[in-house]
Each structure stands twice: as C-alpha cells, then as structure tokens.
Design a binder for this molecule. Structure first.
Ligand code: FES
Length: 72
C-alpha cells in the first residue's frame, strides 16, 4: 500500500484493496472494491472520508513538505 499527500489536495491511497477503513464509531466504510481511493485532508468534503473536489474551490493549501518523523 502507498499513501501520497497530493499537492494541495487529498491523500491518494494506492493498494486500497487490502485496506480496512472505519468511521469514528467503528463502522466499516465500503471501498467498493476500489484499489485507489482519495481521502479528504482539507475537511471540506461532503462525502467524507473521500475527497469530492471541494479542496479546489476552498483554496486548500497543504503543507509544502512532510515532517520526517512523528516527534518533529
Ligand atoms: S481534500 Fe478534496 S475535498 Fe478535501
């Protein structure tokens, strides 16, 4: 599985066929057999946890570079 933060957009998850995704109360999210999914990271999607393109209209500005460790 590979997760990529797209530029000013969602997280692209490739290899999602092996992913188990759950919502806040533990209910499974149906990935409908898709191998690649896009997860919202701007908070604006009306189709969470998936991206619906709202980040473009909202002018979402993602981080320029990821920190190199969780403790940074
Ligand atoms: S990242 Fe696309 S709608 Fe949030």
């Amino acid at each position: 599985m590979k997760i990529t933060a797209t530029e000013n957009g969602p997280l692209r998850v490739e290899g999602a066929g092996e992913l188990e995704l759950y919502d806040h109360d533990g209910s499974p999210v149906d990935l409908e057999g898709r191998d690649t999914v896009y997860l919202c990271r701007c908070g604006g999607s009306t189709n969470k946890p998936f991206c619906d393109g709202t980040h473009s209209k909202a002018g979402f500005d993602g981080a320029r570079a990821a920190v190199q460790s969780q403790d940074a």
